[in-house]
Design a protein around this ligand. Structure first.
Ligand SMILES: Cc1cc2nc3c(=O)[nH]c(=O)nc-3n(C[C@H](O)[C@H](O)[C@H](O)COP(=O)(O)OP(=O)(O)OC[C@H]3O[C@@H](n4cnc5c(N)ncnc54)[C@H](O)[C@@H]3O)c2cc1C
Length: 410
């Protein structure tokens, strides 16, 4: 078995890349296979990505642990969250508005463009991962006795004791391993784009629950420093037919609609860039592991973008998987099925709870059933008055509980 690798990771996005870097830090070099090309740093930095990821404190902590956080050319910390119903009285506020750019200690988390995250992760992998291959297509995955066989498009065949599928929502590894998938089609789509408003966001992330679905305004860093504070990325969840109709609007029509639907919360919307539409489906792999194989990130689960937690729970998968692997390695055991089951046990329940609560909130917030509207408004107001509830919510949103009992805990 001398030609058998210890670990192959298919997918070098944020979750797969973070896993490779955490393993390298623990003394294990993975082979990383990614279909994407090498990014041109200057090009990526000069383009404003319309979408941002709301990174939790736990994700930021992990990115600091692998020394990529400080390489990010721009990011936007936020200090507050404000959520309310358009047709009701319920509202809830966390944290505070801030007049000046907050320090790391004041921030609840940070908004970062996914293209920048992919860039800094890739740059670090180029430095630290000895066998990192880009523009590589995996065309076959097969389980053999005590190893997995991975065939590449150029005919090369790799054998590995542990195969990690970090290849995103349409995971090829998951399909080839015959791992079933539960899919919940929301019959919704999200419109995402970058916008500029006349009033500053004051470092607060805002979300309005409209009868058609939630509309989030997320502060984002601007390319032009003078305009920092006025740019935001929106994620607007809508029924599919509305999303299709609004996507066909001209920029001027869309700006007008957005100003009205956002209740002028930040004055007028005056600029819009790069509108894109994403279909929304929750997906959950029926198993996260098999003998010698583990799924992480979107390959294992895709949740509603409502709470901006998708990549954060993926990063927690990476941390827990690396922790159990490195822990057992110290005892001379590599990627035993029991080790992988411990990863599944720790992550699957937490991810499923997050997924179901997002689906339930999405439904409750858009329901038109009167007693539920009352309950929703009453509930939000009660939560808003309770410091205890708010503290518990903030603790949950930080993701730090997911690192508890691992080597990455703080
Ligand atoms: C509208 C919207 C808003 C969102 N907002 C947020 C947010 O605010 N916060 C948040 O945390 N999450 C958010 N998410 C979710 C987040 O974008 C995903 O959870 C995250 O990108 C998943 O990361 P990943 O590394 O698992 O997968 P990906 O980023 O999809 O990476 C998969 C990698 O695998 C590679 N790959 C795929 N197939 C192969 C193959 N056969 N061979 C080799 N390589 C392969 C790809 O090239 C890619 O690099 C949002 C999602 C949407 C749709």
């Amino acid at each position: 078995m001398s030609d058998v690798l210890d670990v192959v990771i298919v997918g070098g996005g944020l979750v797969g890349g973070l896993t490779a870097l955490l393993l390298a830090q623990g003394g294990v070099q993975a082979t990383v296979l990614d279909a994407a090309p090498i990014l041109d740093p200057e090009h990526v930095k000069s383009m404003l990505n319309p979408r941002v990821l709301a990174l939790s404190q736990a994700t930021i902590h992990l990115l600091k642990a692998v020394n990529v956080w400080n390489d990010l050319p721009r990011q936007m910390p936020y200090t507050g969250m404000h959520v309310w119903n358009k047709n009701g009285y319920g509202e809830i506020e966390f944290g505070q508005v801030s007049q000046f750019i907050p320090t790391a200690d004041q921030a609840l988390g940070s908004m970062v463009e996914p293209s920048l995250l992919n860039l800094v992760i890739q740059q670090k992998m180029l430095q630290q991962i000895q066998d990192y291959r880009t523009q590589v297509k995996v065309v076959r995955v097969e389980q053999q006795v005590e190893c997995w066989c991975v065939e590449l498009a150029d005919g090369q065949i790799l054998k590995t004791r542990l195969l990690i599928g970090a290849d995103g929502a349409n995971s090829f590894v998951r399909d080839q391993a015959y791992i079933g998938l539960d899919v919940l089609d929301y019959h919704q789509a999200a419109i995402s784009c970058a916008i500029k408003t006349t009033q500053p966001h004051q470092y607060v992330a805002r979300q309005i629950f409209l009868p058609t679905g939630p509309l989030a305004f997320l502060p984002m860093a601007s390319l032009d420093e003078q305009e920092n504070g006025y740019w935001q990325s929106i994620v607007w969840t809508l029924p599919e037919d509305y999303a299709e109709e609004y996507s066909a609007f001209s920029d001027a029509e869309f700006i007008q609609l957005l100003t009205r639907e956002s209740q002028h919360m930040l004055g007028e919307v005056i600029d819009v860039r790069s509108r894109a539409r994403f279909p929304l489906k929750a997906r959950s792999a029926q198993h996260y592991v098999k003998a010698g194989l583990a799924l992480i990130g979107d390959a294992a689960h895709v949740i509603h973008p409502l709470a901006g937690q998708g990549v954060n729970i993926g990063c927690l998968d990476a941390a827990v998987l690396c922790d159990v692997l490195l822990h057992d390695l110290q005892r001379g055991v590599w990627a035993h099925e029991q080790t992988l089951r411990r990863y599944e046990h720790q992550r699957k329940g937490q991810n499923a709870a997050m997924m179901h609560s997002m689906s339930a909130i999405g439904w409750l917030e858009t329901t038109e059933i009167t007693p539920l509207i009352f309950a929703r408004n009453f509930g939000l107001r009660q939560v808003n008055r309770s410091t205890l509830f708010k503290d518990a919510f903030m603790q949950q949103a930080s993701g730090l509980h997911g690192l508890k009992n691992t080597r990455y805990a703080i």
